[in-house]
Design a protein around this ligand. Sequence first.
Ligand code: AMP
Length: 422
Amino acid sequence: MYQAPRGTQDILPEDAGYWRFVEEQVRRQANLFGYGEIRTPTFEEVGVFLRGVGAGTDIVEKEMYAFKDKGDDELALRPEMTAAVMRAYLEHGIFNRPQPVRLYSLANVFRYDRPQAGRYREFHQFNAEAIGELDPLLDAEMIRLVWQCLTSLGLTRLKLQLNSIGCPLCRPGYLAELVRTYEQRLAEVCPDCERRIRLNPMRLLDCKNAQCQALIEAAPKTMDYLCPECAAHFRKVRGYLDEVALPYQLNHRLVRGLDYYTRTVFEVWPAVAGSQSSLGGGGRYDGLAEQLGGRPTPAVGFAAGLERIILNLKSQDIPVPILRGAEVFIAPLGEAARGAAFRLADSLRTRGATTVVAAGERSLKAQLRQANAIGARWAFILGDEELAAGEVTVRDLTRAEQAREAQDKAIERVLQAREQQT
Ligand code: AMP
């Protein structure tokens, strides 16, 4: 028997309520913030991610599903959205529209990662980008948007982690100081970090190895080395967050290992945080457009993982609206009634009532069991007698009461009950 590939998941109808709830909420919030939806292809030319995520990153080096298609084109399943959105922004000349441009997407992304709870090979992200403007107001807006999405779902005790990693002007000075500190204490450094000192010193700060933790605590902080422009930018971001009383923790370990990331970086952690638990994160990436061959274009964005959000909704016991399989379940008894049931279903659906007709030759009892299983409110029972009289037996499944009445009346009853509910 086949199974879904390792690290992928089927989303079954009983879980679909969570997905719908989250997707509808984030769309609603994105809309409230004035973000337009963008959809890009599932795969791109591999260069978009080599340049746009960075050839030296784990995502590209170890985790990307890259392949040659039958025409020998080198492609990759998208491992994230930002580079793809920036590619679209440049390709369609979106820089010619009034800036900034605010975009969001809901998309599946792919990473060849080691699967575990909250970590998959195909997962889904809610992603937003504001491109074409350097204003720190946008950094704060991004943070507000991701925060609003998560809290509007009912998630509580979230923690916002915030840092500024400077820019190509002030970062070299900082990195030199960081490397100097590590070189003085080489004996304490883990083997991974020994390499990082040369290859990507910024990443020294997010080493998870126990041995390096004391070193990280003692390491110089990016925030203390910001140039005046970066410091002013960060001060303003914090000021805007204060305006809306959004609490944050400064976290000097929060970094991005690539040069085109600039200034603000942030993550949102759930109540119980662990290494696989960040719900979402983002920051400013003023250097990305150039990496992809465009003109220098400031931008800021974030991505949040839907699977992790749903895991947290479940662990915090947050109820989501139930998706009913149907409102009305029609149970025809005999062949003649089946044709009439098929027709009656049409009338109900035309009036907007979701309707399922029993299929297969089953007893009335078995049919009603199915009606309950799909969460139907009403069963319409159609036997020979009802058929001859143009009637139907309407059973209210929530109360186990039933009555025979004209078919038109029965439809009205369903519609009226629904109006009372809403
Ligand atoms: P990143 O693009 O790595 O900054 O990740 C953004 C968000 O996507 C994270 O905060 C997670 O919520 C989610 N995420 C990242 N990697 C995975 C994964 N392998 N499986 C599930 N969710 C993930």
